[in-house]
Structures are given as structure tokens and as C-alpha cells.
Design a protein around this ligand. Structure first.
Ligand code: PLP
Length: 395
């Protein structure tokens, strides 16, 4: 019999929920019309898309016309950053604009910001975080300058799961904006937050928000940029004028329908988060009790209920990942994207970890499918694997 797989890498991606898959299926070969067509087949596709747009708008507490479908959160993040800055220049901006981001943003924010800086189109201010991984609101207030036109701070971190005070930062920016002519756009990358946190955009005081289907038990290759009415940005992808002229390209209807259903399920399954958190705490306590010389990275208090991130002194995270994988337990050594390189994660360096501590770290992210037996089994195998690797390395 095939050995059970224990997937603890839900921050990298999640399995598509069977309810979501079922809703998507007809849109591949029954309701396959192009949503721009005006015949009945087009209507069917368009209706599916608009229903999903409304489901997402309901979840975010915004208007459906404020929802723009993209190919994923990388596109949403890139589009927002490039779009705000491009609009500024297009409207005759004179002095180079300033963008504020945090040092632990996802690369989908950091790289476009750096690109703009390299090409002399914007200057970036990067806010440090404290050793728990948290942005200080006072630092945001201090960093805002006359030429600041965009602040982008992620809601929850993909690696260490820490949750930023988005509502309070949003409130601060709202108050500052009252007295300013050049309004600051406040954006949050909420990709990791959607499953667990309040993402009501009114509550959060945000003008823009990114999310992704595959992190919430929906399909890959579909995402959303929420853009509050009145926040204007230029297009990133130009063509036939889809998505109210702002994001061209025939819409990914099965993906959109799946994303709508996945968001619907997030609301329905809120109570699962209580048991996910209990299981997370069980694994944290077990690791601390059974394995000496470990360190939990990032705040425990302000943390996603499914995230665990430990450094295990004297071992290589990759080595441990491979040992666990041999036993069909899947974890990660950083964010999935950071795993492409052997460089220390910028997030871990930002919270003060050394290269060695950073390389000795492993992330476990639980999901709806995680059971208490899984945690018992993982702990048993983990203790053995860490002991073995420490013996080999002599540390
Ligand atoms: N932002 C965050 C916080 C993420 O965790 C990810 C995925 O790793 C992304 C953006 C990119 O999302 P996508 O895979 O939909 O492009």
C-alpha cells in the first residue's frame, strides 16, 4: 500500500478543494464560451465570471467593479506597483515619487520596486522589521515624505507567518491623506492572510489588495487585484480591453469560477482555523519539548494559525527537508520561491538571523487536511531525523 503523504507546505500551495473542482469542471467543456461573445454560450461564461466576481466582492466587502482578475498574485503585485508609478508620470509628475515597502515583502513586491528604482522612475524606502518580524507604525509615519505616493505592506508573511498591523497603518495613511493633495495609495499583499484573517477592505483601510487562488484551495494561475474606485493605475497588459479596459486577455473562466467558490469556502470553513491552530500549537510544543537547541522564528502572538518556522541548530534545512520527504512528509526551507536559490532568505536575515541560523530553518504550514495523527507522526519522524543529522554533522 502507498504510504500516506503528510503535506505541511500549505503556504506554498494548497490542493484544490473537491467542491471547487466540481464547480470549475463544466467551464472547460460545457460552458466553454468566450465571455466577450454576445451569444448564449458567451452569456453562460460571463454569468459564471460575474458570479465569482460578486463572491469575491462580498468577501472583501467591496463593489464587484473593484475586482480585477489577473493570472495570480505576482501579476497583481507587479501591476499595482508599476501601475501607480506609471500613472504618476503619465499625469505629468515632476519629482521622482517615493514608494514605501517593508524589508520582508514577497519578491513580487520587492523586485518591481527595485526595477523602478534602477530605472530612475521611483525611489524606494524599505522599512526594517523588529526581531519578531513586525513593522512599527511609527516607522511608517516617519518614512512618509512629500513625494510618497505608494505604501505596500504585506498582511501576513509567507515564510514566518507574522501578521502586520494593516488596519492601523491604513488608518494612519487615511488621516495623512486628508491633509494632502497627492494622495498615498495603500496596498497590501493579502495572499497568505485570506484563509485566516479579516480581509474586509473597509475595516483594513486599504486602497488595493492582492490575492491568489492556489493558496486558498482554489486553482493555480488565477488571482485578483482589488482596486478601490478612485484609485487609478495604468494597464500592465494591453490588448482587447477586458476587465473594464485595465487588464486585457480572454478571461480564465474555469479559474475565475474556482476562485469564487474557493473564497466562498473560506467563509464557510472559518471554524476549521480553530483546530488548525490547536494542531499548530501541539507541534510547536512537541518540538520545543523533544528537540533541544531549537528556535521559533517570528512572533508567536501575531502569527497565522497554520505557520511554524524553526531553526534547528547544527543541521541544514535542506537536509532535513529531504529526510522528511523520504518519509512522505512535505515541508519547506523558506518560501517556495526563495527555495530556487541557496541564498539565505531575505526575511530571515531581516529579523536578525545569521546565515547559519537561516540555513538551519524549516517551515511547516498546516492546512484543512492536517490531522492530529499527522502531527504525532511528524513529531516522531522529526525527532529522529534531527538527531541523525546532528550526529552526522557532529553539532
Ligand atoms: N505574495 C505572497 C505573500 C505569496 O506568498 C505568493 C506566493 O508564494 C505570491 C505573492 C505570489 O503568488 P502567485 O503564486 O499567485 O503568483
Amino acid at each position: 500500500m502507498k504510504k500516506k503523504e503528510i503535506y505541511l507546505d500549505n503556504a506554498a500551495t494548497t490542493p484544490v478543494d473537491s467542491v471547487v473542482l466540481k464547480k470549475m469542471q463544466p467551464y472547460f467543456n460545457e460552458k466553454y464560451g468566450n465571455s466577450s461573445s454576445i451569444h448564449k454560450a458567451g452569456d453562460l461564461a460571463r454569468n459564471g465570471m460575474e458570479k465569482a466576481r460578486q463572491q469575491i466582492a462580498t468577501f472583501l466587502n467591496c463593489l464587484s467593479e473593484e475586482i480585477y482578475f489577473t493570472s495570480g498574485a505576482t501579476e497583481s503585485d507587479n501591476w499595482l506597483i508599476y501601475g501607480v508609478i506609471d500613472k504618476f508620470w503619465e499625469e505629468g509628475g515632476k519629482k521622482k515619487p517615493n514608494i514605501i515597502i517593508s524589508s520582508i515583502e514577497h519578491k513580487a513586491i520587492i523586485e518591481p520596486a527595485k526595477y523602478l528604482e534602477k530605472n530612475n522612475l521611483a525611489e524606494i524606502s524599505i522599512l526594517d522589521v523588529n526581531k519578531d518580524g513586525l513593522v512599527d507604525i511609527e516607522d511608517v509615519a516617519k518614512a512618509i515624505k512629500k513625494n510618497t505616493i505608494l505604501v505596500s505592506i504585506m498582511y501576513a508573511n509567507s515564510e514566518i507567518g507574522v501578521i502586520q498591523p494593516i488596519k492601523q497603518i491604513g488608518q494612519l495613511i487615511k488621516e495623512i491623506n486628508i491633509k494632502r493633495e497627492n494622495k498615498i495609495v495603500f496596498h497590501t499583499d493579502a495572499v497568505q492572510a485570506i484563509n485566516y484573517l479579516n480581509c474586509n477592505v473597509e475595516y483594513l483601510n486599504v486602497d488595493a489588495l492582492s490575492l491568489s487562488g492556489h493558496k486558498i484551495y482554489g486553482p493555480k494561475g488565477i488571482g485578483v487585484l482589488y482596486l478601490k474606485n478612485g484609485t487609478s493605475i495604468t494597464s500592465l497588459i494591453r490588448g482587447g480591453g477586458h476587465e473594464r479596459g485595465l487588464r486585457s486577455g480572454t478571461e480564465n473562466i474555469p479559474g475565475i469560477v474556482g476562485l469564487g467558490e474557493a473564497i466562498n469556502l473560506v467563509t464557510k470553513k472559518q471554524k476549521d482555523n480553530v483546530s488548525i491552530k490547536k494542531l499548530r500549537n501541539k507541534l510547536i510544543t512537541g518540538i520545543m519539548k523533544d528537540i533541544p537547541n531549537v528556535q521559533l522564528n517570528g512572533s508567536l502572538e501575531y502569527r497565522l494559525p497554520n505557520n511554524i518556522h524553526f531553526s534547528f541548530t547544527g543541521i541544514e534545512g535542506e537536509g532535513l527537508l529531504i529526510e522528511l520527504s523520504e518519509q512522505n512528509i512535505y515541508v519547506s526551507t523558506g518560501s517556495a520561491c526563495a527555495s530556487h536559490s541557496l541564498k539565505s532568505s531575505h526575511v530571515l536575515l531581516a529579523i536578525g538571523l545569521s546565515d547559519e541560523e537561516s540555513h538551519a530553518s524549516v517551515r511547516f504550514t498546516l492546512g484543512r487536511q492536517t490531522s492530529s495523527n499527522d502531527i504525532d507522526y511528524v513529531l516522531k519522524i522529526l525527532v529522529k531525523a534531527v538527531n541523525r543529522l546532528r550526529k552526522i554533522s557532529g553539532k
